[in-house]
Design a protein around this ligand. Structure first.
Ligand code: KIV
Ligand code: NA
Length: 265
């Protein structure tokens, strides 16, 4: 199989082929996602929420991200693997940012890193890029700044914030980022940014005009019960499937139906 590279993603934008990206955090899930033919796997710091049960993405550590990333990398044959730099591992100190990115690349074997923010982190982004590490940007509702925003609602609805987002997107492209995630911004703004940039935009809650889409795998498979934002299309109800299977197992054990004679030695 031909492996997806950042260059292939660039070509996909040029020929108008949409990029499909999903998160994964472990070997088994990444195997399924890669075998299905996904273009990009994001080892997101959303692992902090869906894998570790934290309320925000802030607590997850670099070591924990590397554990998730190396598990995913061992599973994949085709997808490009992008790993989030976690909160506190890159902001405000470009040397530390570079060290964090190098650790991810060296210890997990991933192919690229993702950082949240624009102009504020330009120095960190440059330094990582200068080391030959591909960088994906992330603008709009950046969850590591949730305590600044105070809410998970749509960002950049006001012109001042929309203006900054346009500038940040252009800056990330100029620095050399290969792509940028646009999270929870008006579709009209995402369309404008996607048209103005030559690098692909990947949207989540950012409308149909982005060059690709990303969802958290647990959300789109319906493993998370009760998380139903407007932007989420749920493709399965695995919570119910798994809950039912487990209840059947419990019932069979209690009824002494499992194991049967055929299931013993
Ligand atoms: O951590 C994550 O899952 C993400 C995507 C939602 C873009 O950053
Ligand atoms: Na993230």
């Amino acid at each position: 199989v031909k492996r997806i590279t950042t260059h292939i993603l660039q070509e996909m934008k040029q020929r108008g082929e949409k990029i499909a990206m999903l998160t994964a955090y472990d070997y088994s899930m990444a195997t399924i996602v890669d075998d299905a033919g996904i273009d990009v796997i994001l080892v997101g710091d959303s692992a902090s929420n869906v894998m570790a049960g934290h309320e925000t993405t802030l607590p997850i550590t670099l070591d924990q991200m590397i554990y998730h990333a190396s598990s995913v990398v061992r599973a994949i044959n085709r997808a490009l693997v992008v790993v989030d730099l976690p909160f506190g591992s890159y902001q405000g100190n470009s040397k530390e940012a570079l060290n964090s990115a190098i650790r991810i690349m060296k210890e997990s074997g991933a192919h690229a890193v993702k950082l949240e923010g624009g102009l504020e982190i330009a120095e960190s982004v440059s330094r990582i890029l200068a080391a030959g590490i591909p960088v994906m940007g992330h603008l709009g509702l950046t969850p590591q700044s949730i305590y600044k925003f105070g809410t998970y609602t749509v960002r950049a609805k006001e012109e001042a914030e929309a203006f900054k987002l346009r500038e940040d997107a252009a800056k990330l492209q100029d620095l050399g980022c290969f792509s940028v995630v646009l999270e929870k911004i008006p579709a009209k703004l995402a369309k404008e940014v996607s048209e103005n940039l030559t690098i692909p935009t990947i949207g989540i809650g950012a409308g149909q005009h982005c060059d690709g889409q990303v969802l958290v795998i647990h959300d789109m498979l319906g493993i998370n019960k009760g998380f139903r934002p407007r932007f989420l299309r749920q493709y399965a109800s695995l919570y119910d499937v798994m809950n039912g299977a487990i209840q059947n197992y419990i019932k069979d054990v209690k009824a002494n139906d499992f194991p049967s004679e055929k299931e013993q030695y």
